[in-house]
Structures are given as C-alpha cells and as structure tokens.
Design a protein around this ligand. Structure first.
Ligand SMILES: Cc1cc2nc3c(=O)[nH]c(=O)nc-3n(C[C@H](O)[C@H](O)[C@H](O)COP(=O)(O)O)c2cc1C
Length: 335
C-alpha cells in the first residue's frame, strides 16, 4: 500500500486531503463525518474582522449608554445574522470540535486591518486550534493607493497575528499580486509558516432589471485547479513555507497534480459541499490505486516532482506556454 501521509504546518497528516474553510465546519457532527470519511484535517469557516469589531462596538455602546438604550443600539448596529455566529460562540465551537475529533483543527480569521480584533488569534489558539489560517480578502478600489502600500498592510497584519500566537500560521491569499513570489517571500519573513493558494473571490453579478449588484458565489470545477497549480509549481522550493492548494480540487487526479506541483495538502470545499463526505473514500482509493499502478511508494516521493524547478521545460509555466496554447487553436477553427 502506498504511503499517503504528508506534513503541513508541522502537523503529521495521514493523507493530503484537508477540508478547507466552508459551512461544513459549522457543526461538530459534520466535522466528525469528515473525519470518519477520511479527511486528514479541517479548516474552520472564518471568523471575520467585521464580526469582532461589530461585537466590541456594540459592547462599548451598551456599557456607555446602559441597557435601556437597547432598541436604539439595535438600529445603530444592524443585525449581523447574515454572517456566522458571534466570536464567543466561534471559540466555543472550536473547543467542542477539538474534543470530538482527533484530526487537527485549523482556526480561520478573515480580515484586512491591524488592530484590536487580532487578539482573537490568541483566543483561537487558547480554544485549542492546532494552527491558524489568516484569510486576507481585499479588493483594491482606490486609484491613489499603490500596490506597495497594500502589500505592506498585508505584511503588517501577518506580523501582528504572528505576535499573538505560537501555533503555526498560514496565510490565504488571492491570486491578484504583481509579483507573487516576492510577496510570498516577505510574508514568510513576517511570520507565515504556510501559504494557502488561492482564495476564490466572490464575483458579484448584476441584475439589469432591479439595477442591483447581486453577491454570487459559484462552486468550482476541476478547471479552476490550474491557477493555483501553476503558482504552487512556481513557488515550490523557492519559499520556505508549506503550500496548500485550494480551488478546484474534486478528483483523485486533482490531488495528485497538487502534490506533484509541490503542495503539502490539497484542500476541498466545493466538492464536499456538492457531493458530501461520501466523495472522500473514493478520492483516497483512487489515489492509492493510481500510485500502486504507477509504482509510487509515497506522496512525499511525488511532492514537487512537477514543480517548475523539477520539470525539463521550466518555461512551460511561463510565457512560452501561453504562445503554445494560443496557436493550438489555429487548425481547429469552426469557420
Ligand atoms: C459556501 C462557501 C463558504 C466559504 N467560506 C469560507 C470562509 O469562511 N473562509 C475562507 O477562508 N474561505 C471560505 N470559502 C472558500 C473555500 O475555503 C475555498 O478556498 C474555495 O471555495 C476554493 O476551493 P474549492 O474549489 O474546493 O471550493 C468558502 C467557500 C464556499 C463555497
């Protein structure tokens, strides 16, 4: 039997399948089901900066105005019910999940600014999380703010969170950076032990009749794998951080590709949301069968074997590939 084990953020995992942040971690029962199905670790859904700041502003308001101003406060602080549960319930849930499962549990904070809310990193550690993922989800819209300033804000935030915790820290990023390898290197210097590539941004749609911007989040397909695959292959061996691939992992072949590119783990959300935990044993069996047929003894043996450093044609990950792909349609035109 090939050895599927891997390591991620200093954690020993029985295989590379990790459930990434999603509503699946909102219930202890579901996390237990993920563990029973064979998932090796779980990332909690995120606790958002906005939730924490909202809660602390509401508390300040009550303390300074007294409880008789409850009705007034409710209008001043609109309901966050559309978000997840509040910060304290989040911490309690981590503690409960930790008691119920033996797989590692990774907490998740989602925010963009430094400040008091970052204390929750420590609270997540105290609740028992084995590691922390920091999701920096930022959409730049101000033409006066240059990239270098925005990157510095990312680095300051990572540095601040690092100061709060001793547990390993992974940073989940968007693909929209001018020089990702440079930023990745600086994030590691600021204290990141792992990089999670990539966040799938919600792409708002438009309703042309009501003239509303409609928040939309589509589940991924295996086609979405190629963006993180390329960047993991480029970063592997160049940054001193573990790499987690997220976006487009649906099949055992997707996991194998992630490993060959150089990922430590392959994270799944859409596949688990769409097909449930029953998909996991099939993916693990598919990996085992494929590795047996192709005489791989372990996942570790294949990790990075198709990274940019390892392949015979490194330019295939760069511009050369682009020209080749464009010309591949020359003889396939329907006209
Ligand atoms: C319904 C839903 C909720 C999600 N919630 C979170 C979240 O709370 N925090 C986070 O970092 N990512 C969140 N994600 C992003 C996923 O963790 C994952 O990175 C992304 O969906 C790409 O992986 P996939 O192709 O396997 O879905 C969410 C995704 C979905 C579909």
């Amino acid at each position: 039997m090939p050895d599927l084990s891997t390591t991620y953020l200093g954690l020993n995992l029985k295989n590379p399948l990790v459930a990434s942040a999603s509503p699946l971690s909102k219930k202890v029962d579901t996390v237990k089901k993920l563990e029973d199905a064979g998932v090796a670790a779980v990332v909690m859904y995120s606790l958002f900066e906005e939730q924490i700041v909202h809660e602390s502003k509401a508390l300040d308001f009550f303390l300074s105005h007294g409880s008789e101003s409850f009705a007034e406060a409710l209008t001043y602080f609109p309901s966050l019910e559309s978000y997840n549960v509040g910060p304290e319930a989040y911490l309690e849930l981590i503690a409960k999940i930790k008691k119920s499962v033996s797989i590692p549990v990774i907490g998740s904070l989602n925010g963009i600014t430094t400040g008091g809310w970052v204390d929750y990193a420590k609270k997540i550690e105290e609740a028992g999380a084995d590691a922390l993922e920091l999701n920096i989800y930022f959409v730049p819209t101000d033409p006066d703010v240059p990239a270098v300033d925005l990157e510095q804000e990312h680095l300051d935030l990572v540095n601040d969170v690092r100061m709060q915790v001793k547990i390993p820290l992974a940073v989940k990023l968007s693909p929209f950076f001018t020089s990702l390898p440079n930023l990745a290197t600086r994030l590691v210097k600021a204290g990141a032990n792992g990089l999670v590539l990539f966040n799938r941004f919600m792409q708002p749609d438009m309703d042309v009749e009501t003239l509303e911007v409609v928040p939309t989040i589509n589940l991924s397909t295996s086609n979405d794998l190629r963006l993180p695959l390329r960047w993991i292959a480029i970063l592997y061996g160049k940054v001193k951080a573990d790499l987690a691939l997220t976006s487009g992992v649906h099949t055992h072949t997707d996991v194998l590709k992630a490993m060959m590119a150089g990922a430590n783990v392959a994270m799944m959300a859409s596949e688990l949301i769409e097909n449930g935990v029953k998909t996991v044993p099939g993916i693990l069996a598919g990996m085992t069968e494929w590795m047996t047929n192709f005489e791989y003894e372990s996942v570790k043996q294949m990790q990075g074997s198709m990274s940019q450093k390892a392949v015979t044609e490194p330019a295939a990950f760069e511009r050369a590939n682009y020209m080749k792909a464009l010309t591949s349609y020359d003889n396939r035109l329907a006209i």
